[in-house]
Structure formats: C-alpha cells, structure tokens
Design a protein around this ligand. Structure first.
Ligand code: GLN
Length: 398
C-alpha cells in the first residue's frame, strides 16, 4: 500500500529582460533580484530558483556565428556560474536556460539547454530543448536526441508523513523549455498535448519551464502585411509608457506574498502590451490549456470508449480510466522572460506557479484558469523584471 506524503517547497522565479550583447548588465540586474530574495526571505531561503530560457544572453540569435560567442559547455561560463553561486547562496537547486555548445569533432553542436545545479553548486542535470521554435532553427539548434526526460530531485527534510515526521524526498521532475509545451513544429495535432501527456504518463510531480514565450503583440514570421502595423503598435506601446524599445529593465516587481493568488479569468481577454505589472491572462490560460491532460474535465467520461489499449494516455484518459491524473498533484513553474528584442519580438512575462490538484469535480468543463482543478498560486506582470516567490504544498504517493 502506498502512503501519501505532504511536500513543502519554497520556489522563486526570476523574471528578466536580457538583451543580446549586454551579458554583464543582464547579470548585474539578475543579482539585484537575487539579493532582494536574500534580504526578504526571513531566514527561510528558497529550495528552488528558476531562471528563464537563455536567461543571461538574450534570445533572438539569427545565425550560428551570432550565437557561438555565447554558447558554452553545461558546466562552464556565466550562466553556470550564476546558477552555481545562487545554489550555494541559498543551499538550493537552480535551473537556468543557456545556449549549449557540445564539442563534436570539428563542428560543435548547438543546443537550447537548461542546467540544474544542486545545493552544493554541482551540475546535476542538463536538459536540451526537444521541440524547437523558428528562432532556434535560425542558429542551427539541434533537437534533444533523448526527447523529453525526467530526473530525480533530492530534497532534504521537505516531506511530512501522516504522523507529522519530516523526511527526505526525491521528486520526479522534468523540464520543458518553452516550445516543448507547443505542438511539435506547430504541425502536430493540437490534441496530442505531447509534453503534458508525457508527464502524466511518467507521473512527474514537479515540472519546470524556463521560457522565452512571445506576447501576442509580437511580430512573427508569417504575418506579412500585418507586420508594419504591429511594429508601429510596439513603438506606440513603449512610447506611451515612457519606455525604450527594448521594454522595461530595472523597474522591479517583487511578489513574495503567498496569499496573493492570481485572479481566475476565462480565456477571452484582450491582450495589449500595457499594464506591465499585470499578468497577461491570455498567455496564462494558454499555458493551462497546454496542460489539459492534468485538468479535471466532465467531458472525459464520454471519451473512454474511443480509446484503444495503449500505454499512453490521450488527453488525460486511458483505455481503463477516464482520468489518469485523478487523485494526484503536480506543480508547474513557468519562468518566462519579459521585454522586447529587435523592436519586434515582445515576450509575455507573466511567470507563475500553478498546482494541479487532481481533484475530481464532475462539474468542471472549462479548459482555462477558471477550472478549479488548477490553482493559480501567483503570477508576475507581463512586462517588468522581478521575482515571484511562493511556498507550495502538494501530496505525493510513496
Ligand atoms: N510557442 C512559443 C511561443 O510561441 C515558442 C517560443 C520559444 O520556444 N521560445 O512563444
């Protein structure tokens, strides 16, 4: 018989607006944020600190030559050093997105990766992005040959059993870097929910997402005539807020208040690039939608008969159970960057922590933040650098 343990973790997310070619100022702002965590955590420091995708380098690299000076092996370079120092400072795990260079004969391979450092500052895991975005293709990024992966995160004295005894716990953990949450190359069927399905099937308990997710005001590849209008709108939006074209830097938002939950709103909210201290709920809702297999849904009861006997679940259902995740918990950490690159790529910020509580409510039929089986523990704004810190509690079976 398996028993249930209650896990408590303090998680901090660092939301940054890094610009290419300005690594040292990106790093110094990151340190201002980290130092503020140190001053404000009342002796209880975070167990996990998560930085965005390409957190210190900037994201929009356009060619192999452009990115090469910034790409390093996982355990050297500025990003690793930052993660290592943060881990040692707080005695915590740190996850940081960075461009990886892997020596392979004459021509090194390049990956979009996330390094994980342990409380003693050792590199304990390195994940490479599996699903690539157009921008990753521009500089010759390779896909993770291993695909999605889980790894064990060992935490000292963070679980409590039913008698109230504290014990060590190893959490089944995975990393999804931004596009990993989307349909493969935007061409796979939307309803495959590849990343979420993988995690439901693996029983992942903690999902860490370093991201450089775009805001809807961004100009993307296929927008043709619309793009002039959108470029102008970006200039207008920044000007109206007295900001430079790269967006806000150094005007920090700190949210360490556990009671400050994100207000649930349905997905049809307009999303212009203003109110930078508020999360962009259309993005938050979209991320939740991409985790549909983790959501309680009344509709699932009627899907069961359609499924053939397979090892994989489909939209959260298996051939024997309408909802595989029922009764479980999972935490998802979204560490998204903010700001603007190339006067055209606007990032959505809105970093946050959610908890899927696995609770069955036969009434749930929404696939957004109004579904009560997802708890929105807090989100930063769409356009300010800052830190979100939350104490999360969840159950695991052991
Ligand atoms: N799907 C993501 C987006 O549209 C991909 C961006 C990324 O991988 N950085 O923003």
């Amino acid at each position: 018989m398996s028993s249930r343990l209650s896990v408590s973790l303090r998680i901090a997310i660092v939301q940054l607006n890094p610009q290419i070619g300005q690594v040292s100022s990106n790093i110094s702002r990151a340190w201002s944020l980290i130092n503020r965590i140190k001053e404000s955590s009342n002796g209880k420091s975070p167990d996990l600190v998560v930085f965005p995708e390409f957190a210190l380098t900037g994201y929009n690299f356009h060619s192999r030559d452009h990115i090469l000076p910034y790409a390093t092996a996982p355990d050297v370079g500025q990003s690793f050093k930052m993660a290592q120092e943060v881990s040692r400072l707080f005695n915590c795990y740190t996850v940081i997105g960075y461009p990886e260079r892997f020596e392979n004969g004459t021509k090194p391979l390049l990956y979009n990766s996330a390094a994980v450092t342990s409380p003693t500052g050792e590199l304990v895991f390195n994940y490479r992005k599996s699903f690539l975005y157009y921008t990753d293709d521009d500089w010759g990024c390779k896909e993770n040959p291993k695909g999605f992966q889980t790894f064990p995160l060992h935490l000292k004295q963070r679980a409590t059993d039913k008698n109230g005894n504290l014990q060590d716990i190893t959490l089944k953990t995975s990393i999804g870097i931004c596009m990993d949450l989307s349909p493969y190359k935007f061409t796979a069927p939307f309803h495959d929910y590849e990343f979420a399905t993988y995690n439901v099937d693996q029983g992942t308990e903690l999902i860490i997402c370093p991201m450089a997710w775009l805001h809807s005001s961004s100009v993307t590849k296929d927008e043709g005539k619309l793009s002039q209008k959108k470029l102008q709108a970006i200039r207008d939006a920044t000007e109206a807020q007295g900001l430079p074209i790269q967006g806000s830097q150094g005007q920090y938002q700190f949210d360490f208040d556990n009671s400050k939950k994100t207000v649930r709103t349905s997905r049809d909210v307009s999303s212009s690039y203003c109110d930078l201290e508020q999360p962009d709920m259309s993005n938050v809702n979209y991320w939740i939608l991409r985790f549909l297999p983790f959501l309680a849904l009344r509709q699932r009861e009627s899907w069961l008969w359609r499924l053939e006997q397979t090892r994989r679940s489909y939209m959260g259902a298996t051939s024997t159970k309408p909802w595989k995740f029922e009764g479980q918990n999972a935490i998802v950490v979204f560490a998204n960057r903010c700001g603007i690159e190339d006067a055209s790529t606007v990032f959505a910020g809105s970093s946050g922590v959610i908890k899927f509580n696995g609770s069955r409510s036969d009434r749930e039929c929404e696939i957004d933040s109004t579904n009560k089986s997802v708890e929105l523990l807090g989100n930063l704004g769409k356009g300010l650098e800052g830190v979100l810190m939350r104490d999360v509690e969840f159950k695991v079976a052991r």
